[in-house]
Ligand binder design. Structure first.
Ligand code: SF4
Length: 410
């Protein structure tokens, strides 16, 4: 396919496709999905080899958020029967983090529900970072605490946070459909504050909220412009008790196309396969490792993932290797640029990496890409699951790990 050859050539040079090319990737047919994976896999291997970085989520504070992000089980008015607890103490958080590090995680993501931290919260998180680094000096710490106020990014960086996560989640045009209590611009501003303070920016998206292909391309191009070092790609976990509980819009093939598009647009960036991979990719998860170079180990913020052992087995069986702390994740040119900015090595967004996945109309049919000379003929995306058909049985609320007496599954 001419399209794929063009995109591989660009990706190997570190260049992005055009918007029309990105749309055309999303419009390829299921018949072509292995070709798409193979092509984007070449770009992945160019910049990240066969390494997989493991990240581990610690939910420092769960539920009871005053914000109304429609995808989120921790939102205002959520009926989801999730764990609800206030701030973990530093030693409790460090114990939870230790389980992830022991399982092979190179980065620990410290997440707290809420609009944003108070200065007292920043103090708490600073103590937690110190407690974790005392046990594991080399572990990367990413904070995900919501919208930052003046000076808080610098304080977190000073406390040892290497990265900050805040997801854009969806396009600017559809942002108001998923959240009314803060704006897209607020989110952009927080990512920029983190970067200015020298933290590595992590910012990603949530697919499956009924968005159009154009929205997915918009948000990924916006991310490209923001230039985060890592981009988590979440697939909506339609958790019972949230407004999006019925939104089962994704097929495994569509998830692969979305990941491939993100890889092509952000060729040299850490693309993380985040929340929802188990329930949407299902038995095709290993193929996604050819596109993403990073995953979360074990459970998510409020839902269960597959066991950490299954994650490690999947990586080994697919012929990939877990990245050690002695290996730099980012390609040299990105790592050097980050170091020059004073940075260490991010998510308030979704179940995976930050607080935050949502969407508009359930069952929306993705728009076909406009035809362009040399591009594949667009093929209409089928709706994977009939309207109203639910796979809610695949979603299990987290009842172990942080905030409980039970060990985590890392
Ligand atoms: S995504 Fe974050 S800000 Fe939004 S409702 Fe959930 S916890 Fe609150």
């Amino acid at each position: 396919m001419d399209l794929l050859n063009t995109l591989v050539d660009k990706g190997l040079r570190g260049e992005s496709p055009t918007r029309a090319e990105a749309l055309a990737v999303l419009a390829t047919s299921d018949d072509d999905v292995l070709d798409v994976v193979a092509a984007a896999g070449k770009v992945r291997r160019r910049w990240f080899g066969r390494r997989v970085k493991l990240n581990y989520l610690v939910n420092l504070k769960s539920g009871l958020c005053p914000e109304d992000c429609g995808y989120c089980s921790q939102r205002l008015g959520s009926k989801s029967e999730i764990l609800k607890y206030t701030w973990l103490k530093p030693d409790q958080a460090a114990a939870a983090a230790e389980a992830g590090v022991a399982g092979g995680a190179k980065r620990v993501c410290l997440v707290a529900s809420g609009r944003g931290p108070t200065d007292r919260d920043v103090d708490r998180v600073s103590k937690t970072i110190a407690a974790i680094k005392e046990q594991n000096e080399d572990v990367e710490i990413c904070a995900c605490l919501g919208l930052l106020s003046d000076g808080q990014a610098a304080r977190l960086r000073e406390a040892g946070a290497d990265a900050y996560n805040h997801n854009l989640n969806t396009s600017e045009a559809t942002y108001g459909d998923i959240t009314t209590t803060h704006t897209y611009a607020d989110r952009v501003s927080t990512v920029q504050q983190a970067q200015s303070a020298g933290m590595s920016a992590c910012s990603g998206l949530i697919a499956g909220m009924g968005e159009r292909d154009e929205d997915l391309v918009d948000v990924v191009f916006s991310l490209r412009e923001l230039n985060p070092d890592s981009v988590p790609v979440n697939f909506l976990i339609p958790i019972e008790g949230t407004p999006l509980a019925g939104d089962w819009n994704l097929t495994p093939q569509r998830c692969l196309r979305i990941l491939a598009m993100v890889r092509f647009v952000c060729p040299d960036v850490e693309v993380r396969l985040a929340g929802g991979r188990e329930i949407h990719l299902r038995t095709l998860q290993p193929l996604a490792l050819h596109l993403a170079n990073s995953i979360f180990l074990g459970d998510y913020l409020t839902t269960e993932g597959q066991s950490g052992k299954d994650d490690l087995d999947m990586i080994a069986d697919a012929g990939f290797e877990v990245e050690g702390t002695d290996t730099r994740t980012l390609p040299a040119h990105r790592a050097d640029a980050l170091a020059a900015a004073g940075g260490g090595c991010g998510s308030h967004g979704a179940e995976g990496g930050g607080c935050g996945p949502c969407g508009d109309a359930p069952g929306t049919v993705a728009d076909a890409a406009p035809a362009e000379p040399g591009l594949a003929e667009p093929v209409a995306e089928p709706v994977a699951v009939a309207a109203g058909e639910s796979h809610a049985d695949l979603v299990a609320v987290r009842r172990r790990g942080a905030g409980t007496e039970l060990p985590p599954n890392a």
